[in-house]
Design a protein around this ligand. Structure first.
Ligand code: ADP
Length: 640
């Protein structure tokens, strides 16, 4: 199957992270494993050295004890050949041998051998021929045999103690030969030989499960707890030595193979580590067994005793110690890593906490700074609000004053008309009252009563005029309610004289509404707007004034439209400027629109102007409506 580069690119990112993690973790893990293995090996090595040292010390003692035992076993018979010197029959046989004497000595030697528990005791003449022997009855008797070639004979005949381990040339039985030169008057007349067996030592070692062997001066193992090692050479034999030993028949015809250890290492003087092939399972290759070999020379002989102490237990103990050390080091390393990780986590947490605290204190500092700024701004704003309020109060007072001034101006403007309006009924009153007196004197009571009714109507009309003027001139506040109908009536009433002078077609399409403005102020606005419309239409023939109104949501829109000449484009921008007027002389003050707009604004409404294309001017007054459920002040009468 082919693997395209595209498919390789689609490997999930989570999987690509793993090799990086492994690369990151591998070196420390390998280092830790190496340290653990190193420490384990060091533990094993130290434990093994210490074990071997302890084993060597105890082995030294054991070697000493066993060496003594071997020495005492060998020396047990040292005196025996020399005893024969004391036996006169032996001396006589050596000096003058005959059959009778031989037989007597044979019997003696037989008895002695039995009592001593030795293998054989025999006597040789100076030529090395056996004259008498304890085994004279046996088929393999030494009698008449020439043993002059034996080294022990050579030594003894020359006056030296003969010591020899060998295998009997007749019997083929191994034994230890002790020879002594028998002397008469200082002259060696023969040699007495005792052959003893040392197998008892081997049996004792085997019973005690001791591994040991004794090697002779030729390096041949003559005694061994393990029969397989017996008569093996512990060191290589050169050809001459091999030739010499073969000729001496010391070891009979044994091959004298070399005991080849699998390994050998010298530890100290007389101590070495040797490994021999073990027994192993049948059919399996032998398992090497390690021994601690300690050697010591045996007294009065050229022999050496070697003690073999198996090292398996030590090795096993060292392995378990090494394993324990490795486990302990691994545990310690794990604990160290865990501690280090925890330390890192704690340090990170501490750093995070410190950073958080720092951020907190920084935040607190900033908050304190901001709070101080805000407090200062707040104080500034409070002062500003206070100032604004003061300014507003001042403005409101000024507005009130202006309104008042405007009202007074309107009143002043209308004073001629008012005077005219009042003089006419007054003149009529004078005439009517004079006529009434005369009608009363004549007794024409009905006519007098009719005149009096007319007088009453005139007085009422005069009262209404003055009431309107008084209400217009009165100061009022910005909050209140007004009935639109009442306001329109009051305005038309006030302007009634002018409407009479210059007749106007009045079209009214408004609905009754309660508006959120003081009644007097609404009347004042309407008087201004209607008066301006009348002024504009004064020179026209067909004058038409339309009052139309409609409610839109919570607002009410009242439009006052005239069909006058309109406002020149140049003047439109300045309409609401105070004291802007186009009216000649004393007729215009230029306050009407300014005051009306400010009264509407003060009541939360607005006053604007439109210039229809078909001519004339429209002023639109927008005011808030009072909700139907709103409580009505007690003194106010409801709208009709
Ligand atoms: P005044 O009436 O004392 O002049 P106003 O503020 O009431 O002051 O009016 C300012 C000017 O606006 C008037 O002089 C007039 O030129 C113009 N004006 C007001 N209303 C109308 C109108 N309906 N048609 C034409 N011009 C008007």
């Amino acid at each position: 199957m082919e693997c395209s580069p595209a498919s390789l690119r689609t490997v999930p990112s989570a999987l690509t992270v793993k090799p990086r993690l492994v690369r990151h973790l591998l070196p420390p893990v390998i280092a830790m494993i190496l340290v653990v293995l190193g420490c384990g090996y060091a533990g094993f090595w130290i434990s093994e050295r210490a074990g071997i040292r302890a084993l060597a010390e105890s082995g030294e003692r054991q070697l000493e004890l066993n060496a003594r035992a071997v020495e005492s076993e060998i020396n047990k018979y040292t005196y025996l050949p020399s005893l024969l010197e004391l036996e006169s029959g032996v001396g006589r046989l050596l000096l003058e041998p005959d059959a009778q004497r031989r037989q007597r000595v044979n019997a003696y030697l037989e008895g002695l051998n039995q009592r001593a528990g030795s293998l054989a005791i025999y006597v040789l003449d100076t030529g090395g021929r056996v004259l008498a022997t304890s085994n004279w009855r046996e088929a393999g008797s030494y009698l008449g045999e020439d043993l002059s070639f034996r080294a022990y004979f050579q030594d003894a005949v020359h006056g030296r103690p003969g010591r020899f381990y060998g295998i009997g040339s007749t019997s083929g039985e191994p034994g230890y030969y002790l020879a002594h030169g028998l002397r008469v008057h200082g002259r060696v007349i023969g040699v007495a030989v005792v052959k003893v067996r040392l197998d008892a030592l081997e049996e004792r070692w085997q019973r005690a499960r001791l591994e040991a062997y004794v090697s002779d001066e030729n390096g041949i193992i003559i005694l061994s707890s393990d029969p397989a090692r017996r008569l093996k050479a512990i060191r290589p034999l050169d050809d001459d030595t091999r030739e010499r030993l073969a000729r001496s028949l010391q070891y009979y015809w044994w091959a004298l193979d070399e005991l080849r250890p699998l390994g050998r290492a010298a530890l100290s003087n007389g101590v070495e580590q040797i490994s021999f092939p073990g027994k192993g399972e049948p059919g399996q290759p032998p398992v090497p067994v390690n021994y601690l070999a300690q050697s010591r020379p045996l007294g009065d002989t050229p022999w050496h005793l070697t003690l073999l102490t198996p090292l398996q237990d030590e090795r096993r103990e060292a392995v378990s110690h090494g394993t324990l050390v490795a486990v302990a080091v691994a545990l310690l390393a794990f604990l160290l890593i865990a501690w280090n990780e925890r330390r890192k986590v704690l340090a990170t947490r501490l750093a995070a906490r410190e950073a958080l605290q720092q951020a907190n204190s920084e935040l607190e500092r900033k908050i304190a700074e901001r709070t101080a700024d805000l407090s200062a701004s707040n104080a500034r704003l409070t002062a500003e609000i206070h100032e604004r309020r003061q300014a507003e109060d001042t403005l409101r007072r000024a507005q009130d004053d202006l309104v008042q001034a405007g009202k007074l101006a309107v009143i002043g403007q209308m004073s001629t008309s008012i005077a005219h309006e009042l003089n006419q009924p007054l003149a009529a009153l004078r005439t009517l009252s004079g006529n009434t007196i005369r009608f009363l004197q004549r007794g024409a009571l009905d006519t007098a009563a009719t005149n009096l009714d007319t007088i009453n109507e005139l007085v009422d009309r005069m009262g209404r005029i003055t009431a309107s003027l008084r209400a217009f001139a009165r100061r009022s506040d910005d909050h209140g309610e007004a009935c639109l109908g009442k306001a329109v009536d009051a305005a038309l009433m006030l302007l009634h004289p002018r409407l009479q002078r210059t007749p106007v077609t009045l079209v009214q399409t408004w609905q009754e509404a309660r508006l959120a403005i003081d009644q007097t102020r609404l009347e004042q606005i309407l008087v201004n707007l209607i008066a301006n419309a009348l002024d504009a239409m004064a020179t026209q023939d067909a004058r038409r004034l339309v009052l139309e109104g409609s409610a839109e949501g919570d607002r009410y829109r009242l439009r006052i439209r005239d069909n006058g000449p309109g406002i020149a484009p140049a003047d439109r921008q300045r309409l609401f400027e105070p004291f802007f007027t186009t009216k000649p002389g004393e007729q215009g003050l230029g306050l009407g629109l300014t005051l009306s707009a400010s009264l509407a604004t003060a009541a939360g409404g607005s006053l604007s102007v439109e210039h229809p294309e078909d001519g004339g001017t429209v002023f639109e007054l927008v005011l808030a409506q009072v909700p139907a459920a709103a409580p009505r002040p007690q003194e106010e009468t409801p709208c009709p």
